[in-house]
Design a protein around this ligand. Structure first.
Ligand code: NAG
Ligand code: NAG
Ligand code: NAG
Ligand code: NAG
Ligand code: NAG
Ligand code: NAG
Ligand code: NAG
Ligand code: NAG
Ligand code: NAG
Ligand code: NAG
Length: 519
């Protein structure tokens, strides 16, 4: 009698053990994983949805300008000496306007950025400060016309002198505010064929940095007002419901699945997310992460450096590397980004560390990392001071939370440059040295709020409790099993392993398939 009860007790405890093993090794992690995925997927019931749609705290948009301290001398052939001024700090708000859900697990939205000057964060600097910088719109117009009809330089310059009254050199003194947002007026009214050529080209190609004046008498040139005034998109983004590993991937921008500007399917690839969202990592970090940046019509990538804690959260740290803007000899994949010559010394491609965004912006402009960080040393020889690349200050990076892939902190930095070209036929340019001249660089940075940090801490704590509970249950059932085995052997069960019962059948080696079936 006793023996029979003991056997039953033993049988039950073994079944409990099996259930515990299945739960511990498969059930619990699966349930936890499912909950995590649910909270990340883009659907209006998910935890992250609102935070994704409207960033709870604004990004910091910082601008550093290169004040030219020896403009006169540069005119006469000296090397430029620059003085970096900044940061002028703006708050950047980002709101997504949802247009709807699309085919193939996508969501469609427009992205609106709004900028406000942050006087407190800018310290002593003021939007009304005057700086001397390279006269970007003058050079852009000149280079554009020189490209269309190289022989017409002199006529063109006469035109430009009426286009730009009081033109004496390729530099300009402007208020920071006008250069960045309010705009510098360019007059298009006048009887002059070359002038109408320049204005016609602007009207036709609508470069984003040229905003038509209300009365249509000309244009306002500014670096960023188009970002503040217009929405970008539509973006079609994967919601991660069908496949969580595609969460956040942008599959189309402006109804197109590749960017046609580069005239090449590889360089036009739209890879990765809009940098606000990444698939969960769950201890398995990808070697590279990509983001798509419509402002320069291409995808960026950053490479995994390693695990690195931040704000007491475990995270993976990714940093931009030199392969991104590598010359085509260092990274043959980049050859389709080589569109035009900016210097006769080079074979149709730019030096290491540069990207010609003329095809993208319809205006001559070359981007690099700030201070030509990770770029060819040759570029630095052009300057007599004020340019000093520094990894700490000029890299771009992102920290992704180790489980969820949530962006904990990220910074993206980019510098805008234009070629200053020696043109003997043009008085303003007859003595200058040809080289790449920086105008300004920007930093867009974000980190999660203290609230979200606490939430993540809390979630991690919860996960560790779940983890503990899982092992406690397993431990208890093992103890129970051992206890019952001892009990069975003590109460006269001659053989603690009864011959033909189901438990034995399941536990017999070689029958593990059956356990799998139970799963
Ligand atoms: C949530 O999304 C569905 C479509 O999937 C939509 O019909 C519904 O109105 C949305 N609810 C809210 C509160 O936005
Ligand atoms: C820029 O440099 C000029 C001298 O070239 C100086 O007069 C001006 O104050 C500087 N601007 C700022 C904002 O420091
Ligand atoms: C959705 O996927 C199918 C099959 O991959 C494809 O044929 C279809 O064009 C896709 N739809 C959209 C809108 O991308
Ligand atoms: C951006 O646009 C808003 C209006 O949409 C305006 O209030 C704000 O001043 C603009 N920001 C800048 C920096 O010009
Ligand atoms: C050109 O210079 C003259 C005299 O220096 C000045 O009165 C005039 O306002 C300037 N014109 C422009 C458009 O800057
Ligand atoms: C620079 O360009 C502006 C227009 O963008 C023009 O009005 C100005 O005269 C130019 N400055 C100089 C010093 O040539
Ligand atoms: C993109 O496609 C949608 C419908 O699929 C259409 O309404 C919209 O006009 C298109 N936009 C552009 C820029 O082609
Ligand atoms: C886009 O992603 C694919 C697949 O990961 C990769 O092979 C390719 O190099 C990426 N393209 C660009 C332009 O970064
Ligand atoms: C990180 O955790 C340690 C101990 O758990 C604590 O002393 C410290 O204040 C925490 N730091 C932050 C930034 O939360
Ligand atoms: C770039 O310039 C060099 C020398 O002037 C020339 O040989 C080469 O063909 C040019 N490449 C392109 C793509 O225009």
């Amino acid at each position: 009698m006793l023996g029979k009860n003991a056997k039953l007790f033993f049988g039950v405890s073994v079944i409990i053990l099996i259930v515990a093993i299945v739960l511990a090794s498969w059930g619990f992690p699966k349930i936890v994983q499912k909950q995590i995925h649910k909270s990340l997927q883009i659907q209006n019931s998910s935890v992250m949805f609102e935070k994704w749609r409207e960033l709870p705290i604004p990004l910091k948009f910082k601008v550093y300008l290169f004040n030219v301290t020896n403009a006169e001398d540069v005119n006469n052939g000296a090397k430029p000496i620059l003085n970096e001024i900044g940061p002028y700090v703006y708050k950047e708000y980002r709101v997504k306007r949802i247009l709807g859900y699309g085919e193939n697990d996508t969501i469609r939205y427009m992205l609106k950025k709004t900028f406000y000057f942050d006087q407190e964060a800018s310290g002593g600097l003021n939007e009304n400060d005057e700086v001397t910088v390279i006269n970007y719109s003058y050079l852009a117009a000149l280079l554009t016309v020189l490209d269309i009809m190289p022989a017409a330089a002199v006529i063109v310059n006469n035109a430009l002198e009426s286009f730009f009254p009081n033109l004496t050199d390729p530099f300009m003194k402007v208020k920071v505010k006008d250069l960045l947002f309010d705009g510098i007026f360019l007059n298009c009214v006048g009887e002059n064929s070359a002038l109408s050529l320049v204005c016609g080209k602007i009207r036709l190609e609508k470069p984003s940095v040229m905003r038509p004046a209300e009365d249509d008498k000309g244009f306002y040139f500014s670096m960023f007002s188009h970002l503040n005034l217009t929405e970008s998109g539509p973006y079609d983004m994967k919601r991660g419901i069908e496949n969580i590993n595609e969460l956040g991937h942008i599959v189309a921008y402006n109804n197109k699945t590749t960017m046609s500007q580069w005239g090449d399917p590889y360089c036009g690839q739209i890879n990765g997310s809009d940098s606000s969202i990444f698939p969960p990592i769950e201890g398995n970090p990808p070697a590279k992460i990509s983001t798509f940046e419509p402002e320069i019509c291409r995808s960026f990538f950053a490479s995994l450096v390693g695990p690195r804690d931040i704000f007491n959260l475990s995270a993976y740290y990714y940093e931009i590397d030199e392969m991104l803007f590598a010359s085509k000899s260092a990274n043959p994949n980049n050859k389709c980004f080589c569109k035009r010559n900016w210097s006769a010394n080079h074979d149709g491609c730019l030096l290491m560390g540069l990207l010609n965004i003329n095809p993208c912006k319809n205006a001559p402009a070359i981007v690099s990392l700030p201070h030509f960080y990770l770029a060819s040393e040759e570029i630095l020889e052009y300057f007599d001071g004020g340019i000093s690349p520094d990894r700490e200050k000029h890299r771009s990076f992102v920290y992704l939370e180790a489980t969820t892939g949530v962006v904990i902190k990220g910074v993206q930095r980019l510098q805008f440059n234009i070629e200053l070209r020696n043109v003997p036929a043009i008085p303003e340019l007859e003595n200058v040295r040809t080289g790449l001249f920086p105008l300004l660089w920007i930093e867009e940075g974000a980190e999660i709020s203290k609230n979200l940090q606490d939430e993540l801490h809390h979630a991690n704590k919860l996960l560790s409790y779940v983890e503990a509970v899982r092992w406690v249950i397993l431990g208890l059932s093992i103890i129970l099993c051992i206890a019952s085995a001892i009990y069975v052997s003590r109460t006269g069960g001659l053989n603690p392993w009864p011959n033909r019962n189901s438990v034995n059948f399941i536990l017999r080696p070689g029958n593990t398939i059956d356990i799998n079936k139970i799963r």
